[in-house]
Each structure stands twice: as structure tokens, then as C-alpha cells.
Design a binder for this molecule. Structure first.
Ligand code: MSS
Length: 366
């Protein structure tokens, strides 16, 4: 196999042994590197940047960072220093790229062929967006969307709408959204969106705008291409357009991390089959594990602390595995009764893959 690509400078603090560097802007956590703690350490967390990360100077004086709040009765710019005085909340959330699992689409959609590792469970601290809106007089009537704009410097000579990272989510998502300045208890790194990031719990990665410089309550979705044509659920072979659903709320999903596929040294006898499960907008009610490729299932036990409905849960099934090869699969059910499907939903972009069959693990036991 080819020599692994080195970590780019802005993330040279990540653990090279834990990640797969697809490119300088797409870095995945290895399946075998997800540990047994609920929270994914920053050193292992995946990276997805649609544009190169801004200059590190933007995190030199974090408290001076400004975000423009629009679509409220009294619109104005707020500094991070001011935001910190307005309120504080901490939420554990699965951050997952919309294209996580794309690598299992046989159609090989363009885009990074992520397996399971464009996801992590992360703790965010910031001020609730609804508190900020209230402090500025409340949202103007008729604003159906919450639109966030990334703070990247845009290359000159291009139509800004064709390149800007700007996304709209239904205004209802404001209920649990944060303007966050801490990740896992420390100031958010530049790579993960510091000094300030919009966090929309339960929504796919792209809706969580890094280095946010504008947060607007708007009547319409933004016309930015990343919203209008990108990240749409298009029919196989088709192109994205605004009439198609956008990637927004995540749905129930799970996968096994241990034993990892092709793990060396799995011995016949008792094996602790472990993984993670999350419901997107809902908590997890149940995880089943199959040791025979999905023919029969047993209830796994949820382990570790429950950090709320947006976090993932860990599960374990102690299993006696004889020598030979085995296909291990997991299937989660959320608190609303939604069951993780066997099949992926085919789409041109390779988004939202929750198929338990695609995520099954083949292991050889000696
Ligand atoms: N933000 C900004 N500003 N920019 C960019 O590029 N990207 C997206 C998000 N946000 C961006 C943003 C995506 S797309 C994702 S996933 C995420 O982010 C990631 O994160 P991290 O931290 O991990 O890197 Mo897909 O759906």
C-alpha cells in the first residue's frame, strides 16, 4: 500500500496513527481508532473543509471575533467577549459529515470515499442561539430559516455565491442551536471552526458553520451553491437542484468498531463486540448485533454515560466466536421506534448512508 499522506500544517497536532489523510481538507478517523470513551478526542476527530482553513491569525485574539446577527429586531455585531456574557450551555453531539459512509456506495459517487470515520461525538459549549435572538429583540416575523456564513476569505475573481460556505436550516433548529467557542472543554481549534462555530445538534456536518461571521434569520434559504445545488439528495446519475431535499437531520445509525475489519489477532473464544449508535434527532433505545451477517440478532447492552439525545451511545455484545470468518453487523433503534435500515438510500452524492449491511464488519478469527 502507498505511504500514508502526511498531516497538513493546520492539523499537525492530530494523531497520525488514528487518521486516514485523504487530502489536506479531508481527514478521517480510522475505525480501529475510535476508543471506548464516549467523546472523540480532538486529536482523532475527522476534518472536512470545503475551502482551505483561514489564517491562524483569526484565533490570535478570540474574544475580539465578531459575528453579525441579522433578521432580529435590533440587528448588530456581537463580539465573542459579549456572547460569553449572554449565556452558556454545553451539548454533546454527533458531528457527522453528510457523506460519511460514501465509500460503501458501489456507484462510487464523486467526493471523499469516507467509511465510518467522518464522524465523532463532541462536546460543545456556547450560548444558545435563541438566547442571542431574544437579547436582540427577537426574530423578525416571516423568518423561516437560520442562515450561517463561514468566515473564510474568498478567492478573488469568482462569484462569491459559487464558493462561499453558507447554509440555511429551518428556523425551528434554533431551539437547540449554539454559537460555540469551546470543543471538548478547550477553545475550538482553528481546524474545527474556532474562534466561533454554529452548532446545530442532530444536523449533518455541513450545517455546522465554522468561523461563523454572520448568523441571519432569513425568509428564504441562501442562494449559495453549497445550499442550492450542493448537498442535495439527487436521484442516482442526477444533478443537485433546489427542488430536492437538502442534507439536514441525521437518522438512526450504528456501526461496530471492535473488532475492526481485518483486525489481526482475534482469537477464538469470548470477544467483546463494541460500537457506537446514535439517532440523529432522537436518543437510542436499542442496539442489536448479528454474528452471522444479519440472519439472527441479539440485543447488545448500552454502556457508558448517556450524554443526551444528540450524543452517541456505546454498545457491547459479549460473543463466543469460533475460528473462521464472521460477518458482524449492528442495527440500532431510536427512541421514536425508527430502525436502522438494511439498505442505503441510493443518491448521486453518496449522502446519508445508514445501511447496516454496508457497515458490517468481516473478521477472521484464528
Ligand atoms: N464551515 C466552514 N466555514 N467551512 C467549511 O468548509 N465544512 C463543513 C462544516 N462546516 C465547512 C464548515 C462540512 S461539509 C463538515 S462535514 C464539517 O464542517 C466538518 O467539521 P470538522 O470540524 O470535523 O472538520 Mo460534510 O457534511
Amino acid at each position: 500500500s502507498a505511504t500514508p499522506k502526511p498531516l497538513p500544517a493546520y492539523v499537525n497536532w492530530k494523531d497520525p496513527a488514528s487518521v486516514i489523510v485523504h487530502s489536506s481538507t479531508t481527514i478521517e478517523t480510522k475505525r480501529a481508532a475510535f476508543g471506548s470513551g464516549v467523546i472523540t478526542p480532538a486529536e482523532q476527530l475527522y476534518i472536512r473543509n470545503n475551502l482551505p482553513a483561514p489564517d491562524a491569525s483569526i484565533v490570535a485574539d478570540r474574544d475580539a471575533w465578531e459575528v453579525a446577527i441579522e433578521g432580529v429586531k435590533a440587528p448588530r455585531k456581537l463580539t465573542l467577549r459579549e456572547l460569553k456574557t449572554m449565556g452558556v450551555e454545553t451539548t454533546a453531539m454527533v458531528l457527522q459529515c453528510s457523506g460519511n459512509g460514501r465509500g460503501y456506495f458501489p456507484s462510487k459517487p464523486s467526493g471523499t470515499p469516507w467509511q465510518v470515520g467522518a464522524a465523532g461525538c463532541v462536546m460543545w459549549t456556547g450560548v444558545p442561539v435563541r438566547v442571542v435572538a431574544e437579547a436582540l429583540g427577537g426574530v423578525v416575523p416571516g423568518a423561516g430559516y437560520l442562515t450561517g456564513t463561514g468566515g473564510e476569505k474568498l478567492p478573488e475573481g469568482l462569484d462569491p455565491l459559487s464558493i462561499i460556505v453558507e447554509r440555511s436550516v429551518p428556523a425551528a433548529a434554533m431551539a437547540d442551536a449554539l454559537l460555540a467557542w469551546e470543543m471538548n472543554g478547550v477553545p475550538i481549534s482553528l481546524a474545527h471552526g474556532g474562534p466561533l462555530r454554529l452548532i446545530v445538534p442532530g444536523y449533518t456536518g455541513v450545517n455546522n458553520i465554522k468561523y461563523i461571521k454572520r448568523l441571519a434569520f432569513t425568509a428564504k434559504e441562501t442562494d449559495a451553491k453549497i445550499m442550492s445545488h450542493g448537498y442535495r439528495i439527487s436521484p442516482p446519475g442526477g444533478k443537485g437542484d433546489p427542488s430536492q431535499p437538502s442534507v439536514q437531520e441525521m437518522t438512526v445509525k450504528s456501526w461496530i468498531n471492535s473488532p475492526a475489519p481485518d483486525a489481526a489477532g482475534v482469537r477464538a473464544g469470548l470477544v467483546q463486540v463494541q460500537g457506537v449508535a446514535f439517532g440523529g434527532m432522537n436518543g437510542i433505545k436499542r442496539v442489536e448485533v448479528s454474528l452471522d451477517g444479519g440472519k439472527t440478532w441479539s440485543d447488545a447492552r448500552l454502556t457508558g454515560p448517556d450524554l443526551g439525545r444528540y450524543a452517541w451511545r456505546q454498545f457491547v455484545l459479549p460473543a463466543r466466536l469460533p475460528a473462521g470468518s464472521h460477518t458482524l453487523a449492528s442495527r440500532a433503534t431510536d427512541t421514536a421506534g425508527n430502525v436502522q435500515p438494511e439498505q442505503r438510500m441510493e443518491n448521486a452524492g453518496g449522502y446519508n448512508n445508514t445501511s447496516w449491511a454496508d457497515h458490517a464488519v468481516k473478521v477472521t478469527v484464528a
